[in-house]
Design a protein around this ligand. Sequence first.
Ligand code: CTP
Length: 410
Amino acid sequence: MSSLARKHILLGVTGGIAAYKAAELTRRLRQAGAEVRVAMTAAAQGFVTPLTFQALSGHPVHTDLMDPAAEAAMGHIELARWADAVLVAPCTADFMARLVQGEADDLLATLCLASRAPLALAPAMNPQMWAHPATRANREALAERGVTLLGPAAGEMACGETGEGRMLEPEALLAGLAELFETGRLAGRRVVVTAGPTREPIDPVRYISNRSSGRMGFAVAEAAAEAGAEVVLIAGPVALETPARVTRVDVETAAQMHAAVMKAVPGADVFIATAAVADYRVEGVAAQKIKKTGETLELRLTRNPDILADVAAREPRPFVVGFAAETERLIEHAREKLDRKGLDLIAANPVGEGQGFDTEDNCLELLWAGGQRSLPRARKSRLARELVAVIAERLGAETGKVIPLKHRTP
Ligand code: CTP
């Protein structure tokens, strides 16, 4: 499966003759399994109509920053957050200059400023314009900021000249875009991830569990696999598809999760515990369904093993990452957990009303000995990629090994 499957791609189209190729690009992105939203500049609409992109992407095209109806449907900040990657294709010399200046005078430029997603540009312009010192300075400034330039290619241009400036063909743009996700940051590493809730049986038909959806853990496993790691995902009962290139082991109880982790962890480089493991299990699970005989029913609970702490206590041990869901004093409680369980890194997130569990987005506070990084509110897939980037960075710092960094944080 392509790493573009299920990715949210925001395609920006600016005003150049290559805009017609962006129509084919939209089609190819959708064939690769990506969801595509298109934003067009005013000049782009002189070459191709928004209706073309609406038909190909399956969604209304975003053209105007000040359109109350469009803002009500999906506001520009929401759209910027929605994106896993932003690709501007074709990207004119003028748009590159506007990006360098940080202008926000139209919708697309604003989206590029407002999104934390990686930005890739597919320049398309006359060879003289591409070679001009002003454009060269602009592309250097953009590359310096971590913007990826895909192309241009050399060849015959629509203007009749031959040289460098042609937009890359859709196929090459797809490959370049996929590389934004396949960073190689964890190439050669083995990563074990736990995810989801556990179920602690009471009798053959009942159990104690929690509201964890497993989304964060699955997103982390997917991001680690895309970063080049060999990933084992040990999952409690969840209704989620296994990410591509991930080996999944399904378990139900905390004890089963503990056993599966201990089997998978020897030789692993990283252990990431995102699972909401039940702290207690029922003592003496009933062999038959319990009948409602009395007014009250007492269950006696026994403490489950702490999987995270047990992995951290191993010698040798992988780089150990824990999660902390807290309703109050987030940093204080998370730091205490980092120290008590002897972790290398902890990802703390606030939970409560509509936050954390069973939601699409989240925010994380990453803490390690002597360091801290905030990952502001975003979709769990984005947070997972940012978390993986920080883990790769910390892992490199701990082991002294160089992690190949092909691109900036995806
Ligand atoms: N964890 C684990 N095994 C357990 C319990 C928790 O691996 N039996 C891991 C979780 O996957 C998570 C971290 O430990 O990474 C959470 O720590 P924990 O102390 O269990 O958090 P809370 O249950 O929120 O703790 P408390 O409310 O007691 O502070």
